[in-house]
Design a protein around this ligand. Sequence first.
Ligand code: C5P
Length: 228
Amino acid sequence: MMELCVALDLPTKKENLDLIEKIKDFDVWLKVGLRTYIRDGESFLLEIKKINPDFKIFLDLKLYDIPNTMADAAESIMGLGVDMFNLHASAGKRAMSEVMKRLESYPTRPIVLAVTALTSFSEEEFREVYESDISSKADQFAKDAMDSGLDGVVCSAFESRSIKNITGKEFKTLSPGIRPFGEDAGDQKRVADIAFAKGSLVDFIVVGRPIYRSKNPEKVIKKILEKL
Ligand code: C5P
């Protein structure tokens, strides 16, 4: 079954904690991204667990650096007790393999995902950076991630099915840019609704603004969970 990750992208720690408090009885993942982690750090993760220890945490820091630095960072992440984190596939296979090798000595480790193409890219913008169309590059990045021992990728719902065809059912896809019921896309370019994500075999959907900008986030989450 598809799982829901709620993006904690609110401007202050208090607003994020208020949101978490409101949704604490739902079976959802919480996504802690750059802004929140840079500002509120590890203590914020502990506060989440205090509200409900069953919340699963996805640390969305999208690591990108030289292989040794990425492996060092991954090892620091191990100390945070999160359930999932990610890095950029464009850091290369050597970097991804080094990260996974470094995590081998731990009895358990989080799910590790590689970012393929950010969902904010249009085809033209993507080509300017990667000199490729999104779909073939995302397929290639997914294959690289699988060969390097990762558990899955971050991709838009539009790339999910093709990636699953290449990598197999077990290899996970996580798709941001989800507008569950056709809400405003904001800065996202490759946006899909729940039905499309489901049809594309997406394992995790990430939803931010449609939930935290709503007057009644609980109601939106409930409606989403009913559709998964
Ligand atoms: O508000 P919205 O639903 O667009 O939030 C999507 C979230 O997913 C944001 O936190 C964004 O940083 C993140 N994300 C993304 N595209 C990726 C990876 C992460 O939009 N490829």
